[in-house]
Design a protein around this ligand. Structure first.
Ligand SMILES: C[S@@+](CC[C@H](N)C(=O)[O-])C[C@H]1O[C@@H](n2cnc3c(N)ncnc32)[C@H](O)[C@@H]1O
Length: 323
């Protein structure tokens, strides 16, 4: 059986030198860049979406690209050479987007995009530890020198804490049983690589007949989200956007799993008014939302895109306009 990692949080073609950006036409249509505009790509990756933003905003639109991964930045820098003078690239976290925007003259901006998760470069480089299809150290840090590795995190967690991570970030079935199996392997000294982790999980939960999805997929997702504090990063990013984007400016976000999509959806919906207890006509006592959703439903890839790039399968794009 062909083993497939679930498409969550990854994009690209699988071959790092033939990188394919997910929902590229749709995100550009949603952002609607124009010449003279200032835009931010909060997840530069290999620069695919940024290149499209620069083309669509020529001759003089500018883009600030942010990524926490220096390897991705080096690749994007080379790819974006033809646009030198119109693109600024910074290594950093998108939770600090306001600081980066202010520092580089992108305040306010006419639009922001984010394409969440990990890139094909990260997933397909065994040494980064994101994939059970390639043997590698249990690292999983998006920025490869900052913070705790997956190995270090697993060294310090107890069963309760690991089970909670697997449950809330991986929506894992039987999280305690899986956590116990992982920590038993750790205590026996049998947990030092991605293949070790995949083997332990497969032994603990077995394979669901007829599925090409490896049983360790959710465990890898959960550990990666915890190591990189991905949901905290996303919440901070979303919270800062309204202070950054001009009225009429757009934000377009691609997410790859329900935990992210829920946060994005909620941020664009804005606060909900409490209904009046007696159905009396009272003014709602909440701030109106800063955003107008451009489409109610998320935009998903066409069958042709999924055929070309199976990793795009679970992508969801939401676009909102600053009011
Ligand atoms: C799916 S890839 C983006 C691919 C890109 N849109 C393209 O077309 O090439 C996601 C990128 O976001 C980066 N990233 C994820 N979380 C981040 C964060 N909190 N701050 C900055 N960059 C982040 C990852 O390092 C990765 O390179």
């Amino acid at each position: 059986m062909i083993e497939r990692e679930r498409d969550e949080c990854v994009n690209g073609s699988g071959a790092t030198d033939v990188h394919v950006s997910v929902l590229a036409d749709e995100i550009i249509a949603g952002l609607a860049p124009r010449s003279g505009g200032r835009y931010i790509d909060a997840t530069l990756g290999l620069g695919g979406h940024t290149a499209r933003m620069l083309e669509a905003s020529s001759p003089d639109g500018r883009v600030l690209g942010i990524d926490r991964d220096p390897e991705a930045i080096a690749r994007a820098r080379a790819r974006l050479l033809p646009f030198a003078g119109r693109v600024t690239i910074v290594e950093g976290h998108f939770s600090e987007i306001e600081m980066h925007a202010a520092r580089h003259g992108f305040l306010p901006v006419h639009g922001v995009i984010a394409d969440l998760g990990i890139s094909s470069l990260q997933l397909d480089t065994g040494g980064r530890g994101f994939s059970f299809l390639h043997d590698g150290p249990l690292d999983m840090r998006m920025g490869p020198v900052v913070g705790e590795t997956a190995q270090a995190m697993l060294e310090r967690l107890d069963v309760d804490a690991l089970a909670e991570i697997l449950r809330s970030y991986g929506e894992q079935d039987r999280p305690r049983a899986v956590a116990r199996a992982i920590l038993r392997a750790r205590d026996e000294g049998a947990l030092s690589s991605t293949k070790d982790l995949a083997r332990v999980v497969e032994r603990a939960v077995g394979r669901r007949p007829g599925t090409a999805i490896h049983p360790a997929t959710r465990v890898f997702q959960a550990i990666r989200i915890a190591v990189n504090r991905e949901l905290v990063e996303l919440e901070r990013f979303l919270a800062g956007l309204a202070r950054l984007v001009v009225p009429g400016g757009r934000v377009a976000v691609i997410s790859f799993h329900s935990l992210e999509d829920r946060l994005v959806k909620r941020a664009f919906e804005g606060p909900k008014a409490e209904p009046s207890p007696h159905k009396l006509p009272v003014a709602p006592d909440v701030e109106p939302s800063s955003w107008l959703r451009v489409s109610r439903r998320p935009i998903t890839p066409s069958a042709a895109e999924v055929e070309r790039n199976p990793r795009a399968r679970s992508a969801k794009l939401r676009v909102a306009e600053r009011v």
